[in-house]
Design a protein. Structure first.
Length: 435
């Protein structure tokens, strides 16, 4: 033990002795969802060292997922005194000591032959908040193993905060004319389409299929790729311009922009049945593209140039009740496009030209209030995570186009991709079963 750690432990032990003594109870006292903590604050969480096979990786992934969720404050990162205390304490639950260190919850995990056993301790209640054995696929450290462990992280976040995390997800995007996918923590990037010119990926709610636009011999086509089999099929029956596909929330409808000679309109076809698509918008020579469904699947937000410049509109799925969502502004700011309807239905994110550069903004569906979320570099093409809290978008802030993830509540941003040229991202739903 280092002198510094010994001194800290001694001081904390003195604090712990001054606090009321608590029995070291490791028996759950009834399952309840969430800790009790001050509203507007983030509860401090310690992830203890993990014993067993791949223990270091398990701890790292759990800790990072909880950190990226932005609902808790990680106490005891590597290199800190608290991390030293965690290693020194091992499995001992000295609740007064952890309370003095600022932890409200302790995550105690152990690798097992079939996966991982997790117990979350409530420091204030001096007992186990919840505990469960999770099965993980083999082999360890594989893509499927990691994705399943992300699901464990999401469940831990639900135990602590009452809200499930969004770590068990992937992001699809375009780089070099190919569709790529990457885990929500930036791990495991891989191309899933052939070399060519692919654009605008969209996830099916099941996570099994991705639709995208690709250049073909007679214009562009909407391609649907099966991530399990690798097979593809053309979903757009008519030649011409077929772009910006989007699946409905229940996966039964595929909507995209279609144009032949003058203008582009939104069309819809049943999925997977296909057939001749029906027209949704009547643009009369204007461009109507980039559809985004409301969470209940009844309305669409989309980009339209019908006013002479791009703005965000909404309409019923059958094309009725068209409304201008974004307010007209004179000057170069009157360019709003690429809407993304939030999973809670309250706001629509979009890109807006501000002082000659695109920035990410949101608009409230209740009062039409707008909020600018970015200002550094050029920022485009927002897409929501299924938690309704985080957005993935393209940014030039590093000098090349990369994907960043933004916490819309705190403004905290993290870089998702490292190789340049990443753009046009789409975030999957939670992937309980991953291809």
């Amino acid at each position: 033990m280092t002198l510094r750690l010994h001194t800290v432990l001694a001081a904390l032990a003195a604090v712990a002795l001054a606090l009321p003594l608590a029995a070291q109870d490791t028996t759950a006292r009834g399952v309840r969802i969430g800790l009790t903590y001050q509203p507007g604050t983030r509860p401090g969480v310690v992830v203890l060292p993990v014993n067993g096979a791949n223990g270091d990786s398990i701890r790292m992934i759990l800790q990072r997922d909880l950190d990226f969720g932005d609902r808790v404050e990680i106490v005891g990162r590597e290199g800190s005194t608290v991390a030293d205390v965690a290693r020194q304490q091992g499995g001992t639950m000295n609740y007064p000591l952890w309370r003095a260190l600022g932890a409200l919850a302790i995550v105690q995990a152990t690798a097992t032959a079939s996966g991982v056993r997790v117990a979350v301790h409530d420091v204030a209640a001096t007992g186990i908040l919840n505990a469960r054995d999770f099965t993980l696929p083999t082999p360890g450290l594989s893509a499927g193993w990691r994705m399943a462990l992300h699901g464990v992280s999401d469940e831990i976040e639900r135990w602590i905060t009452g809200t499930r995390g969004a770590a068990q997800t992937r992001v699809a995007f375009v780089r070099g004319g190919r569709i790529h996918i990457v885990d929500s923590d930036g791990y495991g990037e891989r191309a899933v389409s052939e070399q060519g010119t692919a654009l605008s990926p969209a996830w099916h709610p099941s996570g099994r299929w991705i639709a995208y636009s690709a250049f073909g011999p007679r214009g562009t086509q909407i391609i649907v790729r099966d991530l399990q089999s690798g097979g593809t099929r053309v979903a757009s029956p008519r030649n011409g311009l077929n772009i910006t596909p989007e699946f409905s929330p229940d996966g039964s409808l595929l909507v995209w922009g279609f144009g032949e000679e003058s203008g582009t309109d939104l069309v819809a076809a049943p999925y997977p049945g296909g057939g001749d698509p029906r027209r949704i918008t009547v643009g009369r020579g204007s461009d109507n593209v980039s559809p985004s469904f409301s969470p209940d699947g009844r309305r669409l937000a989309f980009t339209s140039s019908r006013a002479g410049h791009p703005e965000i509109y909404t309409a019923d799925v059958d094309g009725a009740n068209v409304e201008l969502l974004t307010t007209y502004l004179a000057g170069d700011q009157s360019y709003r496009s690429n809407p993304a309807w939030s999973p809670d239905g309250r706001v629509v994110a979009f890109q807006s030209q501000v002082a000659g550069r695109f920035q990410i903004m949101t608009i409230s569906l209740r009062d039409r209030g707008m909020k600018q979320l970015t200002s550094e570099g050029i920022n485009e093409d927002p897409a929501w995570a299924p938690d309704g809290r985080h957005l993935v978008f393209t940014s030039s802030r590093t000098g090349t186009k990369q994907l960043f993830v933004l916490d819309a509540e705190t403004g905290r941003a993290r870089q998702l991709t490292r190789a340049g040229g990443a753009r046009l991202a789409a975030w999957s739903r939670v992937l309980d079963r991953t291809p």
